[in-house]
Write a protein that binds this ligand. Structure first.
Ligand code: RBF
Ligand code: MG
Length: 316
């Protein structure tokens, strides 16, 4: 997949394109449906398939920091879009100036002149620009003048509700990670770099944990989870593991940490990055009466996690 961040890189190189545009946080089932339609239409009509997205997220530019934590950051988003067969992704740097551009001008300048767009797919609720003026009706009207078709897709309904990034975020933050895959198309994932922790895990408890410095933003509700731990940049299969998202209250109050105990791996992971796939929540984090009872409970967590990860539906 070609990734461009400036329309000038593409202008004049394309003869016809099929496009979708959006923020695509999570690249969930609804996004996947839309993007697959672009790829299919492109193949059928000899058009280049193009996804247009913005970075940073428009809301973060326009409202400061007051946005929900994202499900996927740009790098993973691009990987997921590329895996769907898209040939080109235009990642436009979002700015207040771009936000001020009248929708008609955005369409003319970027989509028609820049990308030679002949067909556009949009999500059921998509609108862009100031006051959401760049809506389906405006795009239809412009399509007639500029020579592109517009199709608006119906929302994807799963479990009698529309699939949306907000709904997925809410499930994750409620700890209901087992309910995420039908909507997201995969388990909820969280990547982090392995850093030095308190050293208590192996020394005191006999369960070494990899402590993660977050790369991703969205974290599941505090608690203990059955997870797959993937070592990024290695070709080893993901490991069965248990994760604790919490404050280790048994040992005083600590800042929130994400720790992973990999069951069948006895190796130093400092400096590596892990991607954790959250399969099932096991329990709340609790304050135990010292290390003894905590260790007994962790053994129980591990036994349960092994069963969950071996069961149908838990495979990656
Ligand atoms: N710490 C707690 O204080 N309460 C818990 O319920 C708890 N559960 C854990 C479950 C698992 C599977 C793991 C790996 C860790 C857990 N911890 C818990 C964190 C533990 O206190 C921590 O790993 C060590 O203190 C080392 O940082
Ligand atoms: Mg540790």
């Amino acid at each position: 997949m070609i990734v461009a961040t400036d329309i000038a890189e593409l202008e004049g190189t394309l003869s016809a394109s099929c496009v979708t545009i959006g923020n695509f946080d999570g690249v969930h089932k609804g996004h996947q449906e839309l993007i697959q339609r672009v790829v299919q239409h492109g193949q059928k009509h000899a058009m280049l398939s193009v996804v247009v997205t913005f970075e940073p997220h428009p809301l973060r530019v326009l409202t400061g920091k007051k946005t929900p934590p994202f499900i996927t950051l740009l790098e993973q988003k691009l990987d997921l879009i590329s895996e769907l067969g898209v040939e080109c992704c235009l990642v436009l740097p979002f700015s207040r100036a771009l936000a001020e551009l009248p929708p008609e001008e955005f369409v003319r300048r970027y989509l028609v002149q820049g990308l030679c767009m002949r067909h556009l797919y949009i999500g059921y609720d998509y609108a862009f620009g100031k006051g959401r003026a760049g809506n389906y009706d405006l795009l239809r009207r412009m399509g007639e003048d500029c020579g592109f078709g517009v199709e608006r897709l119906d929302p994807v309904i799963i479990g009698s509700a529309v699939v949306s990034s907000t709904r997925i975020r809410d499930l994750v933050q409620a700890g209901d990670v087992w309910d995420v895959p039908p909507l997201l198309g995969r388990f909820f994932q969280f990547a982090g770099e392995v850093i030095h922790g308190a050293g208590r895990g192996s020394r005191l408890l006999g369960f070494p944990t990899a402590n993660l410095r977050p790369i991703d933003e969205l974290l599941p509700k505090r608690g203990i989870y059955a997870v797959w731990a993937e070592i990024l940049g290695s070709d080893e299969a993901p490991f069965a593991a248990v994760a604790n998202v919490g404050h280790n209250p048994t040992f005083g109050e600590h800042p929130l940490s994400v720790e992973v105990h990999i069951m069948d791996l006895d190796r130093d992971l400092y400096g590596s990055a892990l991607r954790i796939h959250f399969v099932q929540r096991l329990r709340d984090e609790m304050k135990f009466d010292g290390p003894g009872p905590l260790v007994a409970r962790i053994k129980e967590d591990i036994r349960l996690a092994r069963q969950i990860l071996a069961a149908p539906g838990a495979e990656l």
